[in-house]
Design a protein around this ligand. Structure first.
Ligand code: PMP
Length: 449
């Protein structure tokens, strides 16, 4: 263990992590085993993985049949390229399967290795769509503040959380952010989108891009009518609508896709994470029949966009087996039912606590917000670090969760595996109650001192 800790500090630069913290304390946990909703560390401590790791291990850890599907495919054909119209059976079958599961008008799939690549692909596809129709100036992307779309060039530029911009030095041109419904409410957010479009000139806008539920921004769930209004604006100005379903796709929100909660269909939908439940890095973009028809009719020569692993046969075999499990075990339905249980649990804690503000769930995507005064929604001073302390208190008690603290918010996010049972939700809620009440006591003492 000591050797692994030292090697981690010396040789491993972690993604989205504090290097100072790593150098001071070493890796937080070295995970060794996963089974169902649980992760076990090398020293034998068991944790509830209340985030499905990174919102992705939807079918839970340790599924032997996924390992078998990967092994069988690797023995048959581990990898071959899909460039230059070469193909392979699992990739074809997966494209067909995803088209069957997606909203009716979305039927053609471009594959990537993850969410950021999917969003960069979506951005390039919509710009290409306008270019081949003789409107190359239609290249701007309107996105939302607090949106998260990944860390590659286009995805970073579309992301509406400034903390992610600094490392890029400069962002790609042509990205504008409207205010989110979380910040200013539905009507004002719709107005903000309209103002941005009018200010830039609608004839310069290629697409509007947003997550059905903003995940990394703090599980911010827009009201029911929000996306109908967004769709209306897009139609009015002839702008395409890209839904980033990297988190919300494949059952997370209690529906197969997040947009189904809002009764809308996007022109382009990006996905990753839940398509393989994290067992293989794979993502993609589904385009509508309309967009596909334009590409088929107007695209000349080679489409100069593709990743080495676009259409990876082993990844596709893993995804196919994962989706088979999702359907066989009715996990989308379970996500909806257990989401209701999670909401009930949150409510009971809010009833007992003086520091719980807004609580929200959509399927098994949930958040609890912490505030100094729930009546006025007055936030805690940032230096009290309330959400990170709740995360630490949960960690001590064997639950892995995630805090969001942008713009002085204290949000704790939940995204447990879709296989979670009522008893396991009860366990999670019992631990959460203890963690919240213990941090509440500390914070109240601190504020009184
Ligand atoms: N979009 C959304 C909505 C995400 O949550 C994420 C990752 N958390 C991404 C895109 C980026 O995906 P990846 O990390 O696989 O590149």
């Amino acid at each position: 263990m000591t050797t692994l800790n030292e090697w981690d500090k010396k040789h491993f630069i972690h993604p989205t992590s504090s290097i100072q913290e790593q150098q001071a304390n070493g890796p937080k946990v070295i995970f060794d085993k996963g089974e169902g909703i649980y992760l076990t560390s090398k020293d034998g401590t068991r944790y509830i993985d209340a985030m499905s790791s990174l919102w992705n291990v939807n079918i839970g850890h340790g599924r032997k049949e996924i390992a078998e599907a990967a092994k069988d495919q690797m023995e048959q054909l581990a990898y071959s390229s899909c460039f230059s119209n070469f193909s392979n059976e699992p990739a074809i079958r997966l494209a067909k399967k995803i088209a069957d599961l997606a909203p009716p008008s979305l039927n053609a799939v471009f594959f990537t290795s993850g969410g950021s690549e999917s969003n960069d692909s979506a951005i390039k596809i919509v710009r290409h769509y306008w270019r081949i129709q003789g409107q190359p100036e239609r290249n701007k992307i309107v996105a939302l503040r607090r949106g998260y779309h990944g860390v590659s060039a286009g995805a970073t530029s579309a992301t509406g959380i400034p903390e992610f911009w600094d490392m890029a030095g400069s962002l790609m041109q042509g990205f504008i952010h409207a205010k989110s419904p979380y910040e200013i409410g539905t009507e004002s957010s719709i107005q903000s989108i309209r103002e941005v479009i009018e200010a830039e000139g609608p004839e310069k806008i290629a697409a509007f891009m947003a997550e059905p539920v903003q995940g990394a921004g703090g599980v911010l769930i827009p009201p029911k009518d929000y996306y109908k209004e967004v769709r209306k604006i897009c139609n009015e100005y002839g702008i395409l609508y890209i839904a980033d379903e990297v988190i919300t796709g494949f059952g997370r929100t209690g529906k197969m896709f997040g947009v189904e909660n809002y009764g809308v269909e996007p022109d382009v939908l990006s996905f990753a994470k839940g398509v393989t439940s994290g067992y293989f890095p794979l993502g993609g973009v589904i385009v509508s029949d309309h967009v596909h028809n334009v590409l088929k009719e107007k695209s000349e020569g080679v489409l100069f966009h593709g990743f080495t692993y676009s259409g990876h046969p082993t990844g596709a075999a893993v995804a196919l087996r994962n989706l088979e499990i999702l359907e066989r075990e009715n996990l989308v339905d379970n996500s909806s039912k257990m989401g209701g249980e999670l909401q009930k649990g949150f409510k009971s804690i809010k009833g007992e606590s003086t520091i719980v503000g807004d609580i929200r769930t959509l399927g098994l995507l949930g958040a609890m917000e912490f505030v100094q005064d729930p009546l006025t929604n007055k936030r805690f001073p940032a230096e009290l670090k309330v959400a990170p302390r709740i995360i630490a208190a949960l960690h001590e008690r064997g639950v892995i969760c995630r805090a969001v603290t942008y713009d002085n918010t204290d949000i704790v996010c939940f995204s447990p595996p879709l296989i979670i049972t009522k008893t396991q939700i009860d366990d999670l809620i019992a631990i959460l109650r203890e963690a919240v009440l213990s941090v509440q006591q500390e914070v109240e003492e601190q504020l009184a001192a």
